[in-house]
Design a protein around this ligand. Sequence first.
Ligand SMILES: Cc1cc2nc3c(=O)[nH]c(=O)nc-3n(C[C@H](O)[C@H](O)[C@H](O)COP(=O)(O)OP(=O)(O)OC[C@H]3O[C@@H](n4cnc5c(N)ncnc54)[C@H](O)[C@@H]3O)c2cc1C
Length: 329
Amino acid sequence: MVYTEKMDYKSGLKEKYRGLIDRLDRVQGIKVSLGEPMSLHATMRTGGPADIFLEPCSEEALIAAAEALNSKNIPWIAVGNCSNIIVKDGGYRGAVISLVPALTGIEASPAQDGAAVMKAGAGEPLSKLAAAAAAASLTGLEFAAGIPGSVGGAVYMNAGAYGGEIKDCLTEVRCFRRDSGGQVVLSAEDARLGYRTSIFKSGEYIILEAAFALRCGVREEIDRKTRELFERRNARQPVELPSSGSFFKRPEGHYAGKLIEEAGMKGFSSGAAEVSPKHAGFIVNTGGATTADVLAVADAVRREVEAKSGVALEAEPVIIGEDIREGLS
Ligand SMILES: Cc1cc2nc3c(=O)[nH]c(=O)nc-3n(C[C@H](O)[C@H](O)[C@H](O)COP(=O)(O)OP(=O)(O)OC[C@H]3O[C@@H](n4cnc5c(N)ncnc54)[C@H](O)[C@@H]3O)c2cc1C
């Protein structure tokens, strides 16, 4: 076990989690950090410390860590690239497990009848999977190349863009049950993917690996489509600033960005968080924002949009943790 310490409140954490730390000491291949600032991980670049931040290097270490946390009744959450998570400024009282180092590997089956299956570990970047598909002249994941999440996070959220979504090509998902650790393979149907939702939102499963059915295509066409979508993304979205992507789900029959603009909230700010002047659907961190700033902007936007259009906006990112409290530095 590699052990690092980051925050002033760490001595209290050592005491609070002594039993867990002793148990994790016996797990091969896991990095344990106490008081890890989640602003280092979340693409919004805000968020207080996770009491414990775990980076298992293998599936076995991941499952052992989950068992250890369950046996001590310690709350935990598994994360990918943290591109759709907002952590409040007081941080998370429990453990955050990063799946990125443990769940790696991308492989393609030999093509048959103009199609092939690609499997990817849940910790792999979605962009890497899309690039591997393109390199194998497989089409179907071009839409995913610019989405900055992990494969697991993309399945969990049924990520999508420019008319494509994970649902279009997912075939099955290997996962483990959070509570018992038992493994199960779910079909795409069992995964119940819908607009930015899936069975995984129930919190029952942790995704280990996913398989995607892709069609054989022409490499140049795949590359051209990918480039075109990248250019569209870069031209219209504030990709140069930290954010969590589109902050609000698309309300049925509307576009969140358009409603926000019509409500006069484009450019609205609180502290260093701002409704992007480039794309009103994004809340960006212009430098040194807190999560409280981000959520204040989101609340104001929600209120104004509802008042002007009658449409209730719903946040897309998963919001975890607690507000800041006395004594936490
Ligand atoms: C600049 C930018 C552009 C974006 N553009 C798009 C876009 O075009 N389309 C789109 O859909 N999204 C977009 N997003 C949002 C985000 O990238 C996606 O939702 C992505 O799929 C989240 O993946 P992640 O690995 O970052 O998940 P995280 O943020 O780490 O986690 C999100 C949720 O998934 C859960 N989770 C993650 N991995 C697993 C797993 N293996 N098993 C179980 N649960 C898991 C977490 O517990 C959490 O509840 C964008 C974000 C940014 C910052």
